[in-house]
Ligand binder design. Structure first.
Ligand SMILES: [Zn+2]
Ligand SMILES: [Zn+2]
Length: 269
């Protein structure tokens, strides 16, 4: 090999090395899991295919006269009266939290015929949530619970109703009561994202995986950022080693997609 050829060979090697660096950076930027691993070298092996202890979230349920959490060896038992701590046009008019609908941005608003009534709902949720490849469909009725005691429902309206029409019955904090008085959120609970932060932990689904607000690292997420179940795996402030978690987005299906990521616990009401 002549000196010139040797030089060209080195040059090619050098360029190859550079381009590999470039690809690696791109991957780091594109993948949350990889970002996690560069921030925290122990994280990549522990994402939530099982093993995260969610008992640290018990204290986040703050509305103590309406929701309580008991931490057991294998589960969290969350009991709720399902009474929002914010004002609503669906409280009885003699309730201090009653407020008539006052959002000028939805002239199509119409009250549904239900009122908010105290519930007795108990959710038994896995303490160490695990992926379940059957991805069971979420139920009608509560599929999870927000930190202020309010039930979280999926993206389906009651049989015969259209969820996009039901949007017009959501109160000033984007919730409404079902027949029987069960108050619930299908979309972003704006009271919680306004008071706790748009990137905050908002609640749990029945499978034990946490739900976060629509913002992450100052970016508002879209459905394209998430998998079919409406989540992804990486570190969060509460789980620095990484966990599967759902995110709320502005678009249908809002909170959950095609079923639970993990094995759901059970619910009595
Ligand atoms: Zn509803
Ligand atoms: Zn996330």
């Amino acid at each position: 090999m002549t000196n010139k050829n040797l030089f060209v060979a080195f040059l090619i090697l050098f360029l190859l090395a550079c381009s590999e660096d470039g690809e690696q950076n791109e991957t780091t930027g594109a993948s949350d899991a990889t970002t996690t691993s560069t921030n925290n070298s122990t994280s990549i092996d522990t994402p939530s295919v099982g093993g995260n202890d969610i008992s640290i979230l018990a204290e986040k349920f703050y509305y103590n006269n309406a929701v309580s959490v008991v931490v057991n060896d294998d589960n969290l038992v969350i009991s709720t009266k399902d009474l929002p701590d914010h004002k609503s046009a669906y409280y009885n008019t003699n309730n201090p939290l009653y407020e008539s609908y006052n959002e000028p941005n939805n002239p199509s608003f119409k009250l549904n015929p239900n009122n908010i009534l105290e519930q007795d709902i108990v959710m038994t949720i896995p303490r160490f949530p695990k992926i379940d490849i059957s991805h069971e469909a979420t139920p009608m009725g509560p599929m999870g619970i927000a930190v202020n005691s309010v039930a979280i429902f999926n993206q389906m309206a009651a049989p015969g109703d259209d969820i996009l029409e039901e949007l017009n019955t959501f109160d000033q904090y984007e919730g409404h009561p079902a027949p029987g008085g069960v108050y619930h959120y299908h979309i972003e609970p704006v009271w919680l994202t306004q008071t706790l932060g748009e990137d905050a932990f908002i609640g749990l689904l029945l499978d034990g995986f946490p739900v976060y607000g629509p913002v992450e690292n100052s970016l508002r997420l879209t459905n394209e950022d998430l998998d079919d179940y409406h989540g992804h795996i990486h570190d969060t402030p509460e789980f620095t080693e990484g966990i599967y978690h759902y995110h709320i987005t502005d678009e249908l299906p809002w909170i959950n997609g095609d079923g639970f990521y993990g094995t759901p616990g059970n619910i009595t009401r």
